[in-house]
Design a protein. Structure first.
Length: 194
């Protein structure tokens, strides 16, 4: 190749390198953004599945079939489930009734504090209507009578994090007499704004 030919090739290469870089179309950027959002949602889904699998494993280790669920509706006590298999001796109905009454007494003694939690929730959440609600309180206890967990649902929905954390603080102080099995008690409480 001649020197002139090499200079011409070099000049053309320089001109080609200085051409403007291609720009992404808005449609392409929107599609890319949509793909990134979907990938993030899949990650959330995977984390949720892992948390559910961990909860299922924890419940299996705790032996959920060994727990008795007692539902208190008005003056009626209903035993929803009894231990199955080699979960220990079944609990006597008289013992279940006595423990249920102890649970009702604890909830009733906490009534003023529960009302305060409801009033706080009304102040923090304008979306809550100031009306009478029926609160379903579900609390689980170990065979030793120690409180393990509680849930609080008002008319089929949560009253929010403020209410739940306030109620968990109250429920954490609840304790029952020892029994042969772990138990979960479910009761309803009527709450009205003051």
């Amino acid at each position: 190749m001649s020197r002139l030919h090499l200079l011409t090739v070099a000049a053309l290469a320089t001109v080609a390198c200085k051409s403007p870089a291609p720009k992404d179309k808005p449609e392409t950027l929107a599609r890319l953004d949509d793909c990134e959002k979907r990938a993030a949602n899949l990650g959330d889904k995977d984390r949720l599945i892992q948390s559910y699998e961990a909860e299922i494993a924890r419940l299996k280790l705790e032996g959920g079939a060994k727990e008795i669920v007692l539902t208190i509706e008005g003056d009626a006590l209903t035993i929803k489930s009894r231990p199955q298999g080699a979960g220990g001796p079944p609990i006597d109905d008289k013992v279940a009734a006595a423990l249920s009454q102890n649970y009702i007494d604890m909830v009733n003694k906490s009534r003023g504090s529960i009302q305060k939690c409801y009033e706080q929730a009304l102040k923090k959440n304008a979306g809550l209507q100031a009306r009478t609600i029926t609160l379903k309180v579900s609390s689980s206890f170990t065979p030793a009578g120690a409180h393990t967990r509680s849930s609080f649902v008002a008319d089929g929905r949560s009253l929010g994090d403020v209410f739940d954390s306030c109620m968990k603080s109250i429920a954490s102080r609840w304790k029952l007499a020892p029994a042969s099995q772990g138990m979960t008690f479910q009761a309803t409480v009527s709450l009205s704004p003051s």
